[in-house]
Design a protein around this ligand. Structure first.
Ligand SMILES: C[S@@+](CC[C@H](N)C(=O)[O-])C[C@H]1O[C@@H](n2cnc3c(N)ncnc32)[C@H](O)[C@@H]1O
Length: 300
């Protein structure tokens, strides 16, 4: 199976057993960790709060016409939510999964928010959009699937208008090198999430942004705001860990963990090890595309 097919397979297989069951799927349409802040009382609130946070970082306003790209849109949760709140803005979501696009279109239709949202099967590494097309772009927990993080930044820069804002929210590595045991744990974690690639290294990502003509780069450390989501996922994972171990004992080499939906839920047991080791964190990074003249004279 090629790497993109692996990602698509994973998301399509896990929509029902993972996201619908444990992520309040039909209500939130969210495939992320949510954002716990003061006043947020439940996991569902945290998931929806993340959408409002994205709107704040993008600088969306009620009466402003803006064209926004949702790069790695899942089943369209954030775009549909924001499409309702910001009726004059247009949200275009892209993902490599055909099933996610079909679901996103269906959810937008059912909720009557399909006038200013649209969804396409498209690779964010090589989009079909013209240069300087979007007023804003957000990538919510999607960049870890990029085979080349620099290439991702370059493509987002190409399609963003000068002055436009890029918002990337994602887990990222604090250090470039980590010890081999932790590295193995991260690899299991990524495999469990159908991800052949890895979290970006934060300092590298900032370099790519600077090197590709972005300015006003800001980093917000949100690691504390997702602790409750991680604790919740860890507790949920316990029975799945037993299920995976039991199947492995019973089937031995014939057991293919990467095809087992239980494995994804089981790997969340590794999150506390990764969190406590402080080798990675969870960040919101914002950056503005510099006007060409600023890029030419000041950023190169
Ligand atoms: C963790 S989900 C996040 C989805 C959504 N942003 C949300 O928060 O609900 C990651 C998304 O990235 C998408 N993705 C992965 N690789 C991609 C690529 N090369 N181009 C576009 N989307 C991609 C996946 O299909 C999935 O929809």
């Amino acid at each position: 199976m090629n790497v993109q097919k692996k990602i698509i397979y994973w998301y399509e297989e896990h929509w029902e057993p993972g996201f619908i069951k444990w992520w309040e799927g039909y209500e939130t349409l969210a495939l992320h960790d949510g954002l716990h802040e003061n006043g947020v009382r439940s996991f569902k609130d945290a998931l929806l709060n993340m959408n409002d946070f994205v709107a704040k970082l993008l600088g969306l306003e009620k009466d402003k016409e803006m064209r926004i790209l949702d790069a790695g849109c899942g089943v369209g949760g954030t775009s549909i939510y924001l499409g309702n709140k910001f009726p004059r803005a247009k949200f275009i979501g892209i993902t490599i999964s055909r099933k996610q696009v079909e679901l996103a279109k269906r959810f937008a239709r059912e909720r009557n928010f399909n006038k200013n949202t649209s969804f396409f099967v498209m690779d964010y590494m090589k989009t079909a959009f013209p240069r300087n097309y979007f007023d804003g772009i957000f990538a919510l927990e999607s960049i870890s699937y990029a085979p080349c993080k620099r290439g991702f930044v370059k493509e987002m820069h190409r399609i963003l208008k000068p002055g436009g804002k890029l918002v990337v929210i994602c887990p990222a590595m604090r250090k470039e090198k980590i010890n081999p045991v932790l590295e193995k744990i991260y690899r299991w974690y990524h495999d469990g999430r159908g991800n052949p690639y890895s979290f970006p290294v934060l300092s590298h990502l900032l370099e790519y942004l600077k090197g590709n003509g972005f300015m006003n780069i800001k980093v917000r450390d949100l690691s504390k705001n997702i602790v409750w989501s991680e604790v919740r996922a860890t507790l949920i994972s316990i029975p799945y860990v037993f299920s995976v171990l039991f199947k492995k004992m019973l089937m031995g080499k014939k057991y293919n963990a990467s095809k087992d939906p239980d494995f994804y839920l089981a790997v969340a047991i590794l999150a506390p090890i990764m969190g406590l080791s402080k080798t990675s964190g969870y960040y919101a990074i914002t950056a503005e595309k510099a006007a060409r003249i600023i890029h030419k004279f000041f950023l190169q």
